[in-house]
Design a binder for this molecule. Sequence first.
Ligand code: SAM
Length: 300
Amino acid sequence: MIMKEKAFSKQSVRRQLAGEGLKPKKGLGQNFLTDDSVLLDIVEAAELDDNSCVLEIGPGMGVLTRELAKRAGKVVAVEIDTTILPILEKNVAEFSNVTIINQDILKVELDALLKEHFGDRPVKVIANLPYYITTPIVMKLLEETNSIASVVIMIQKEVAERFSADSGSKDFGAITLAVQYHAEVSKVRDVSPECFEPVPKVWSSVIKLSLRGEPPVKVLDEALFFRLIKAAFAQRRKTFLNSVSATMGQDVTKEELRDILVQLGLGESVRGESLSIEQFAQIADEIVQKKSKKDEKKKC
Ligand code: SAM
């Protein structure tokens, strides 16, 4: 039978840290979860069973790790902070299915790590992330391996809004398109600062990323597609035409880009944030085709 979730209380977090002569490390984003209902919502959203393979990032003192270990087949938890390990190890000592790895997640060879611990089985990533490196961690999870099936993470609320934004909204940007290219994003819940010890300045959200089997758009040149997206949002106050032509001169001239916009029925004053992922894909493919025509002409 699964025990009812019990987060550590604020007092218990302080007591456990003090017992090892520690204080929360702000620089490592250490805000420890102290709310039972949030803990329950995270594990429920992950939909675990006895066969589940779980990667946890930043287990800290192990409040979430314990709940994952009760429900999953195997949990691998990567924690950078060596000094917190005695507390973590004590808190998960009763579980034989937890492996702790003392490393920086950004320096881990992710695909090799997942293959080593889980073989070819699909992996669920679950974490209360260190907020200072949310985007690099998420992009690493999305780009460096095909083993991940889903990601349930707590992140800063504003960042969650960027990940799930619709085109046309102020939160829509390069990171929205990069995340939504790889995954469907859904919000699980918002979380008040009071749910952590120490209490952070910002609100949080729990979100779920369900990795797509196929991207929502097929493009001729993925690298160019992402270069175009980056260029479109590099100078947010400029129009798409000016922002892109300022940085993608080697791929497309301003005149060619203007022609493409007209051809696709988009005005030349259109802005990156009002274009959909499909429109980015169409523009990227037009650039590729124009480029290859130019290359052929050069050869003749
Ligand atoms: N999971 C715990 C909880 O919910 O209470 C702790 C979450 S705390 C927001 C983030 C954790 O990530 C901390 O334990 C911190 O030391 C760890 N961390 C920070 N940077 C990291 C990195 N680069 N690699 C792995 N862990 C990291």
